[in-house]
Ligand binder design. Sequence first.
Ligand SMILES: Cc1cc2nc3c(=O)[nH]c(=O)nc-3n(C[C@H](O)[C@H](O)[C@H](O)COP(=O)(O)OP(=O)(O)OC[C@H]3O[C@@H](n4cnc5c(N)ncnc54)[C@H](O)[C@@H]3O)c2cc1C
Length: 381
Amino acid sequence: MDFEWSEEQKLLRATVREFAEKEISPSVMEFDEAQKFPSDLMKQAGELGLLGIMFPEEYGGAGFGYAEYALVVEEISRVDGSMGISVAAHNGLCANHIHLFGNDAQRRRFLTPLASGKWIGGWSLTEPTAGSDAGGTRSVARLDGNHWVLNGSKTFTTHGSVGDVIVVFAVTDKDKGKHGISAFVIEHGTPGFRAGKKENKMGLRASDTAEVVMEDCRIPQDQLIGERGHGFIDAMQILDGGRISIAALALGMARGAYEAALGYSREREQFGQSIAEFQAIQFMLADMATKIEAAALLIAQAAWMKDQERNVTKVAAMAKLFASEIGVEVADRALQIFGGYGYVKDFPVEKYYRDMKLCTIGEGTSEIHRLVIARELLKSL
Ligand SMILES: Cc1cc2nc3c(=O)[nH]c(=O)nc-3n(C[C@H](O)[C@H](O)[C@H](O)COP(=O)(O)OP(=O)(O)OC[C@H]3O[C@@H](n4cnc5c(N)ncnc54)[C@H](O)[C@@H]3O)c2cc1C
């Protein structure tokens, strides 16, 4: 057992922390209020190699694993969850899908500009009537000569309107159920492919979340990613890894909220002493810190197992479920410690509170995670 990060990992953490604190932090509230996607900051993240963290250098990536990927998402989210979810969706969903299931030509064409940060990527599985039950996908793709023609609409796609390229899922073989869903990669600007409504969200407001609409969208046959009919199965594999990054998103925001509350508790005085001297506040801080460390260990374990190419369905779901639920609790406690000042936008905790809630919903709700964990537990009986 070794609980120490390597020197390389420590350097990576320090580099990302510096980037987040110096470059992202000053404009966090401005982007949040304006619901403005931080394009320039994402470009800078690309230059630092943060948009191709886990991909081989031959495709423009940084060649790290899941442990480093989780670390990067955590450090960015500690300062801004909006940038955190963008980095996670770009790397873990879109680019990773193309990396794992695309052929060499597709990787060169789509993964290379994604990994270098030249392009921003999205991944469109959810539909208005197919959320937790993604197997109920209704978008369709039919072959017409050498082209696929896609019709349908997707909802809640991260980077749905700002993404340069999006991986979308559509039914190619209706009678085969979940085994009749395939994945396609489509560039924005392709006729018949457009962004729909951009969501006005409660939190993570600088991240772009939008509908994606396909109306007789014709794409060449070679934009099918992976095997025909294997899209849903591949998506589940992508989500296994993606869950580690949503857990890291929650962990980073929890750390940010906790650190803000710890600092404030030392400065704020009531009844002639700092509020940190009240045992009620100390107990809140102790519980927050303990839960954060427990989440960090679950995430480190899941990331390590993923890097060992072991099955992470159960541990990644546990890490995501636990980190997101304690994240909501930690953000709530942090706001409580700030009292009335926690409720106003001059201090950072109201934003952590708003942003954090997504973590119990996105990439599978807490309820679905409990189902996944229980299924894995019962399998082993
Ligand atoms: C900000 C944001 C970004 C997102 N980004 C993406 C993205 O990039 N790509 C993408 O494809 N999707 C994305 N999503 C969609 C997200 O993954 C879905 O919202 C999520 O999977 C839940 O689906 P739903 O919203 O349709 O809820 P529903 O599935 O309708 O669930 C509603 C409620 O019913 C519960 N429920 C459903 N089924 C069961 C069951 N079997 N047992 C018990 N309870 C159940 C749920 O837990 C939930 O409480 C994003 C969502 C948000 C809000």
